[in-house]
Design a protein around this ligand. Structure first.
Ligand SMILES: C[S@@+](CC[C@H](N)C(=O)[O-])C[C@H]1O[C@@H](n2cnc3c(N)ncnc32)[C@H](O)[C@@H]1O
Length: 254
């Protein structure tokens, strides 16, 4: 398979326009609380959040006095993360880098890859990214991946999803390609309800394409033999994993 990154344009151009409408800071605080408990995170721990987006989880880790490094390739999102850290009175190390190029080595106690941030590349490159996380951790360190549950999507991916935050509504048209397990989404911004025609009422923001992995595929890619312990959950709240959970969360201990 050629080395493709189908969603690069989406993440560089479209995502920064909507990320703060789609991703919630409140969820980030509870996500981090659960991750801290599930991994036994200690004060002063070194945490890698990649990709970190606008830093919603990084800031929460830093609030817990963790030495936190956020990696993302979007200067726009990193700028927001820098501002959020300043407002929270915490410090973050922010690195503008493609996650495929991360070269950390045994430096972190915890590494996280959150909110469907795997599956952007070819399968070989996704595996390489997971290797990068393994390498970044010290022995005994923990890795948390949180992504969409492919098997739940196969059975019941809604053709359309809507997210309403403040004054804006984002409409997502979903399509699951069973021949590649790639989820294609067209992201629309709905304009004010007063707009008359269907065309006039929405604006296409961008299109994304993400490989969704089943639990067994993701576990296989992680190479379970090199982790001391690997657990599955159905969300960043400890829900047991099943075919019906929207999320697939892996907690692995090196
Ligand atoms: C869905 S967001 C999730 C961000 C963050 N984990 C969160 O939960 O808020 C995905 C992020 O991946 C970043 N991204 C996409 N491709 C990347 C790449 N190749 N290298 C680094 N960052 C990338 C985007 O800029 C975006 O901030």
């Amino acid at each position: 398979m050629p080395l493709v990154f189908q969603s690069e344009r989406f993440f560089r151009e479209a995502w920064p326009q909507i990320s703060q409408s789609v991703e919630s800071g409140t969820d980030a605080a509870s996500d981090v609380q659960w991750i801290a408990g599930a991994t036994g995170l200690e004060t002063g721990a070194r945490v890698l959040d990649a990709p970190c987006g606008f830093g919603r989880h990084s800031v929460e880790f830093a609030r817990r006095d963790c030495e936190t490094t956020g990696v993302d390739f979007s200067e726009t999102e990193l700028g927001r993360a820098r501002r959020a850290a300043g407002e929270a009175g915490v410090s973050l190390a922010l690195v503008c880098q493609d996650i495929r190029d991360m070269e950390f080595s045994s430096e972190f106690d915890l590494a996280v890859n959150l909110f469907s941030s795997i599956g952007y590349f070819s399968e070989d490159e996704d595996r390489l990214v997971l290797d990068r996380f393994w390498r970044a951790l010290r022995p005994g360190g923990a890795f948390v991946v949180d992504t969409r549950n492919r098997d739940q999507c196969v059975r019941s991916l809604p053709p359309e999803e809507r997210m309403r935050r403040g004054n804006s509504t984002i409409r997502v048209e979903n399509e699951f390609d069973p021949t590649t397990s790639r989820w294609r989404a067209r992201w629309w911004r709905l304009k004010r309800a007063s707009a008359k025609s269907e065309d006039a009422s929405q604006e296409l923001i961008g299109e994304s394409e993400i490989r969704l992995y089943s639990a067994h595929e993701l576990l296989h890619m992680l190479r379970p033999e090199r982790w001391r312990k690997v657990e599955l959950f159905g969300g960043l709240d400890g829900t047991p994993f099943s075919l019906d959970t929207h999320r697939l969360v892996v907690v692995a201990r090196k």
